[in-house]
Design a protein around this ligand. Sequence first.
Ligand code: SAM
Length: 194
Amino acid sequence: MSSNTTDNYKLWENRYNTPGRTPRAPEPFVVESLPFMQRGKLLDVACGEGRHALYLAAADPQFEVLGLDRSPTAIKTAQKRANLMRLSAQFAVLDLEEEPLPPGPFQTIVVTRYWQEDLCPKLVERLAPGGCLVYESYTLDYLRYGERTCSHLLRSGQLRESFQSLGLIVDFYAEVDRPQTREYSARLRAHAHL
Ligand SMILES: C[S@@+](CC[C@H](N)C(=O)[O-])C[C@H]1O[C@@H](n2cnc3c(N)ncnc32)[C@H](O)[C@@H]1O
């Protein structure tokens, strides 16, 4: 691991180890996208403590949910919450920069607040024919609300261009300013050809 990667890993481990953390609500865009998601295997990429994986598993038992994240602490919390909620969602530790994605294919893939450019073709490969991708992540405009690591931020239009150029059909795209939570993100919903 490079020192940047190690720092990022530690940052998330420390955050997830902070006592008294409570489950966070799902992103409104994920909730809005529920009717468009194909039922079947669902992958939540860089799922953190599983707020979307758990929400979706509870919303419809037809989702067979798998959440992946590099943080063992987050994955342990997510799996514990799934068990308490009696949900069949599964979680696993995986470093997306170092390890391959599980084979799939997945009918739906969800990614929020995580950007890794070279992951895009791998996500498209794992999407089932007609499968749905729901993606939301921060753009460079987020910098107006404070300091961030630029390599994790999207250029304007980049999210749409990345998946369009890989052959997905874009059903929805928007860049959204949320001053109340001091966030600026791009939202994409797209599907694979049948
Ligand atoms: C901003 S959080 C988003 C978590 C979740 N998607 C959400 O919206 O609540 C970013 C997540 O990416 C994970 N992460 C960072 N680098 C990773 C990597 N190389 N492989 C897998 N997960 C990684 C972190 O552990 C963290 O949980």
